[in-house]
Design a protein around this ligand. Structure first.
Ligand code: FAD
Length: 516
């Protein structure tokens, strides 16, 4: 049902045809499934929310939602659907917190599993290599709060913590700690997975390693993650949170690359682009409470494009003097505009949960539930200047629709055995265009305009052969997916036929299609 327009636009794209699919009231859930004995329940009522996500662009109505109360509920339902064979056409999607952008957690006429309905206690293991065992539907913010009670915390984060473990581990989980610790998928010791055949399998680097690495970054294609063992470290109490501005892109990237190349550096390194404007949408992720660094995003850029380096150093209160010296030393090596140093001191929780607070403000103004045509790219270091020149210089003439993040990561910290694909260079940049579209606007802040702009960026990358990979990838033809995975495509297909041979799982990714 997904005809290619260009590589990245589907026929079920809003401007090609309506993407709202409904069941016309008739459920295709077979009665045998309805009578399965479950600890939780399967329901065809109140299913509308499962046809929406943060992207708010794709809407596919399922037939039913499973509210599991045990792992065996998930295994039983999938096993039953598997045993029905390919003719049933039924698919299954795990839904974490529904923060996908293009319907990835939806299942048209299928079963959506509400992963958040199963709550299980977290189990902490302290000692030399501390970890926590969590349910995959757990939000990272809850893991943070619980871990802190043990003086511990996960090492690698996302910028926003109201996402589930299963959702981010199916992608990568990237933030300003990834240069040092790798993404979240590199900080997991063990998973428990229900495959597309309904088997419950424990996997790790040592046990069922093929499934373990397949599922990490596997876009939900090989199994439903039910539990994860997350690696922890001693948690710092406080954070020095700093922003400095650059007008020269080369100096900005040189400094970023220098900082991520060193062991003795900041604990968090990100950055963003300021294209001649300020405003709520542009600032929402950056609007943090205390005094100073906020000013960085209000900086009057006089029509110029500025680049903001955002860095943080963790510390405990008894280390204040040492940390101040360290920061002064690191900053003295950087080439930012000297008058633009913005620094504040916040608690570790405040720092990690920074985006949530700004999100709440947007919610109050009704600006959270708008369409979000986001585009996330991984750009090889050798191409980042060409990319920036054309994209920030020509394609985007103002950035009024949302923040644009840009920061580098070290490929050596990304385990290349996972399903996640990254550019073929030692250092690559994550560039995130986090746009919000104004409902019913036909102007430059409307959905059609922003999608067309994203398309121009992708077309440029393709034409200039930049070797860019999409993060949170979205394609709707197998040909485009094959190109995305490149040399890893054969392994991906082989894993699919091993663990989900009927293509029951995560149909919203539009990689494989179940016969019906
Ligand atoms: P969902 O949207 O519910 O699911 C995502 C995909 O994973 C679907 O295909 C779903 O079927 C599958 N899935 C969900 N749970 C499981 C499971 N248990 N087992 C198997 N498959 C499963 N990403 C980053 O890396 N860094 C960021 O800083 C970042 N910030 C974000 C900020 C916001 C405001 C938003 C909306 C997204 C952000 N993301 C970020 C992207 C985010 O990581 C992904 O969208 C992620 O998929 C959302 O998690 P979720 O729990 O809502 O998953």
């Amino acid at each position: 049902s997904c005809i290619m327009n260009r590589n990245h636009l589907c026929s079920n794209h809003p401007f090609v045809s309506s993407i709202v699919s409904s069941n016309s009231g008739s459920s295709i859930i077979p009665s045998s499934l309805k009578t399965l004995k479950l600890d939780g329940y399967l329901s065809s009522d109140n299913i509308n929310h499962a046809a929406n996500d943060f992207g708010n662009i794709y809407h596919h109505l399922p037939s039913a939602i499973l509210h599991p109360k045990s792992v065996s509920d998930i295994a039983s339902v999938i096993k039953h659907i598997f045993d029905m064979g390919s003719t049933s056409g039924l698919t299954v999607a795990a839904r974490g917190h529904g923060h996908s952008l293009q319907g990835q957690a939806q299942a048209y006429k299928g079963v959506v599993i509400n992963m958040e309905s199963l709550h299980q206690e977290m189990h902490f293991h302290t000692g030399e290599f501390p970890y926590v065992d969590v349910w995959a539907g757990e939000l990272w913010i809850n893991i943070l709060h619980e871990s802190l009670k043990h003086g511990l915390a996960p090492k690698s984060w996302t910028d926003y913590l109201h996402l589930t473990v299963g959702g981010t581990l199916s992608n990568a989980g990237i933030s300003g700690q990834a240069f040092r610790h790798g993404p979240q998928i590199n900080n997991v010791y063990q998973l428990e997975v229900v495959t597309g055949k309904g088997e419950l399998i424990t996997c790790s680097e040592k046990q069922n390693a093929d499934l373990f690495y397949g599922v990490l970054g596997g876009l939900g294609q090989f199994g439903i993650i039910t539990r994860a063992r997350i690696s922890l470290e001693p948690a710092p109490r406080m954070v020095k949170w700093i922003r400095v501005l650059y007008s020269d892109f080369s100096i900005f990237t040189e400094d970023q690359e220098y900082l991520i190349s060193s062991q003795d550096t900041f604990d968090y390194i990100e950055g963003f682009v300021i294209i001649n404007r300020t405003g709520l949408l542009n600032n929402w992720r950056f609007s943090f409470n205390p005094k100073d660094p906020l000013q960085a995003s209000h900086f009057n850029s006089d029509g110029k494009t500025l680049f903001c380096l955002e860095i943080a150093k963790y510390f405990n209160p008894d280390e204040t003097d040492i940390v101040n010296q360290k920061i002064d030393m690191l900053l003295s090596e950087l080439g930012y505009i000297q008058s633009t140093l913005f620094l504040s001191e916040v608690s570790y929780v405040e720092f990690l949960d920074r985006v949530h607070i700004s999100g709440l403000k947007l919610r109050e103004k009704g600006l959270w539930e708008v369409p979000h045509p986001w585009l996330n790219l991984l750009v090889p270091k050798s191409k980042i200047h060409n990319f920036a020149k054309v994209v920030f210089g020509n394609i985007l003439t103002d950035s009024s629709t949302g923040p644009i993040l840009i920061y580098p990561a070290n490929k050596s910290k990304w385990n290349n055995r996972t399903s996640m694909v990254t550019p073929d260079e030692d250092v690559f940049y994550q560039v995130a265009f986090l746009s919000s579209a104004m409902p019913s606007s036909t102007g430059t802040d409307g959905l059609a305009y922003i999608l067309a702009q994203n398309e121009r960026i992708l077309e440029f990358c393709e034409a200039a052969n930049l070797g860019v990979k999409q993060y949170l990838p979205h394609y709707c033809t197998q040909e485009a997916w094959r190109t995305h995975f490149g040399t890893q495509w054969d392994v991906f297909v082989r894993r699919k036929s091993t663990y989900d041979p009927l293509a029951i799982l995560a149909p919203g990714q539009q990689i494989f299609h179940k016969a019906s």
